[in-house]
Design a protein around this ligand. Structure first.
Ligand code: SIN
Ligand code: MN
Length: 202
């Protein structure tokens, strides 16, 4: 088993687990996924635009619109979600399970000024599996708190190639991304940050 390079409030962080070559190969894989299932601009149930753009790969995709947050079997345009790239599944196999794969790989794109408010990942049926999260491109300031709303939080800058594992007591921890350092990485030619979140939905 690979040991995390640090643990923050119960979240295992594997810093720069993917080297530059693996990151570039993954971006190529993601280009194909995005070609098949283009990024869309989600809104909250109250109709507020989220600042990230998103799409998914896998059996299920996570969507948010006026009808609320949910998993569904198709992209909002009606397309079936593409398969999760093999390299991403390999990472899950190494860090989570070789027998149970993830149901969903959510792909979030953070352009300049994009952020993600503090939230829990709790639209799944089964919380017993960890959530695995991979950062690519520009650095992002990740904030994590406890399982209750409010209270103190801790932050860490996530770099391209870093992987987080949120399991056990940290599975339902509040977390979010306060800001990105736009242009801090050269991985994506036009800048920005990509986050992949892998989850068992159950
Ligand atoms: C999320 O929790 O949905 C995204 C986290 C991240 O972008 O690192
Ligand atoms: Mn989340």
């Amino acid at each position: 088993m690979i040991q995390p390079s640090m643990t923050l409030r119960g979240i295992d962080i594997f810093q720069e687990l993917l080297d530059a070559q693996a990151q570039a190969a993954l971006v190529d894989d993601l280009r194909e996924v995005i070609c098949a299932a283009p990024f869309f601009a989600p809104v909250t149930a109250r109709g507020k635009a989220m600042s990230v753009r998103m799409t998914s790969a896998g059996r299920l995709g996570w969507v948010s619109d006026r009808a609320g947050y949910r998993y569904q079997e198709r992209h909002p345009d009606g397309i079936a979600w593409p398969a999760i790239p093999a390299a991403v599944l390999g990472l899950w196999g190494k860090l989570v399970s070789e027998t149970r794969g993830p149901d969903c790989c959510l792909i979030n794109f953070y352009g300049e000024g994009a952020r993600m408010g503090l939230h829990q990942d709790r639209d799944e049926v089964d919380f017993s599996w960890p959530v695995l999260s991979l950062s690519l491109g520009d650095e992002g300031l990740f904030r994590v708190g406890g399982v209750e709303k409010g209270g103190s939080t801790s932050s860490v800058w996530l770099k391209s190639g870093d992987v987080l594992r949120m399991g056990g007591d940290a599975r339902l921890a509040y977390h979010g991304v306060d800001r990105i350092r736009f242009g801090s990485s050269r991985l994506l030619p036009r800048g920005g940050r990509i986050n992949l979140t892998l989850r068992v939905v159950g």
